[in-house]
Design a protein around this ligand. Structure first.
Ligand code: PLP
Length: 357
């Protein structure tokens, strides 16, 4: 199988080898060491300040989105939330469930957020800004510098879901004043799904510690307290945390976050050059390095996904709902090479020859 989806993605050999081993007991100094190093490396790669903290939640990305809303916002907050697709919609739902007042900026499919849209909310009595920096469902990457300036100007607490963007696009958490950054194990971290990661600024840590939220499993106070000694309140997905450790060490040895982003950008640019020969339109005003959203002219996107999967053993990412016939996405994260791009291009040429689009 050749996997070009946006997660779970392909893992490198070192990560896969750990998956074949026995899972060790974890209330040990050895595992605590691993966890403290995981925290250190995530902070380094996110360019977070030294006094920031990182918690590792056993649960997919949505668990960390929910934990963030529950532990850092209260009924006194008034949030702005960007809804450009299904992940933005998820934040809207979470704000609703947890009874946080919000205004929603709803974007048409493929459209970028603009300064003009934000200007309406200037000095509007808001306290927080909630955004998926890369709306993976449509492949739109928002201008985080513009968002950061807006938030600084208005004194807003900034929550950024960077689940599919961390390690694929530059994101300098401290410089941008990001208070909460969320990512997950199955995107550019290229490990199995099951762990999500929350990076908290000192301001966010203070909010967590003051929070009166009622929940046992997603209580970040207890996650922070246990994390001080490299532990978690409950049994975490130990094997995946060991895989994340191997992957972070590998990125560090290969030159750190800059070189990782450069690699992913190269794979993405190579693909975007090669795909030009086909009757596909790129349907995003502003793309992440992580994924290319494509609309085939006069052919079903879902059919292309299905034929690639069933007849070529190549997986791209179908879109859900009303976009399923119109758009499919090709991911560039995970253990992929330019030769893998060539394999996908060759399969598409063959499908074109067969008259499938
Ligand atoms: C993948 C992803 C998520 C997480 O979804 P889960 O299925 O809960 O892991 C959230 N936000 C974005 C932008 C994503 O790409």
């Amino acid at each position: 199988m050749l996997n070009f989806t946006v997660g779970p993605v392909q893992s490198c050999d070192a990560v896969r080898a750990i998956g074949a081993e026995q899972v060790p007991y974890f209330r040990t100094p050895e595992f605590s060491e691993v966890m403290l190093e995981n925290e250190r490396l995530i902070k380094t790669f996110a360019k977070a300040s030294d006094d920031s903290r990182v918690v590792f939640i056993t649960g997919s990305g949505t668990a960390s989105m929910e934990a963030t809303i529950m532990n850092t916002l209260t009924s006194k907050d008034k949030a702005i939330v960007v809804n450009g697709g299904s992940f933005g919609e998820r934040f809207v739902q979470l704000l609703g469930i947890h009874e946080i007042e919000y205004s929603e900026i709803k974007l048409p499919v493929g459209k970028a957020l603009t300064a003009q849209m934000l200007s309406e909310y200037e000095n509007g009595g808001y306290t927080a800004f909630v955004v998926n920096v890369h709306e993976t469902s449509t492949g739109v990457h928002y201008d985080i510098d513009m968002i950061s300036e807006f938030c600084k100007r208005n004194g807003l607490f900034l929550i950024v879901d960077a689940i599919s963007s961390f390690l694929a696009d530059p994101l300098d958490v401290e410089r941008l004043g990001v208070d909460v950054m969320i990512t997950g194990s199955q995107k550019a971290l290229a490990c199995p799904p099951g762990i999500s990661v929350i990076v908290l600024s000192p301001r966010a840590v203070a909010r967590v510690n003051e929070s009166q939220t009622k929940c046992m499993y997603l209580d970040l106070k207890s996650a922070l307290k246990n994390g001080e000694r490299g532990q978690t309140p409950f049994t975490p997905a130990v094997g995946i945390l060991l895989q994340i450790h191997a992957r972070l060490k590998e990125i560090e040895a290969a030159g750190g976050v800059e070189s990782e982003i450069r690699n992913i950008a190269e794979i993405a640019n190579d693909f975007r050059e090669k795909i030009k020969e086909f009757p596909f339109d790129i349907v995003s005003e502003s793309m992440s390095n992580a994924v290319t959203p494509l609309a085939p002219r006069g052919a079903s996107a879902y059919k292309i996904f299905t034929v690639l999967k069933d007849e070529y053993n190549i997986w791209v990412c179908p879109n859900g709902g009303e976009m399923s016939e119109k758009i499919f996405r090709v991911g560039h994260i995970g253990a992929l090479t330019k030769e893998d791009n060539d394999t996908l291009i060759a399969a598409l040429r063959d499908m074109q020859k067969r008259g499938l689009f």
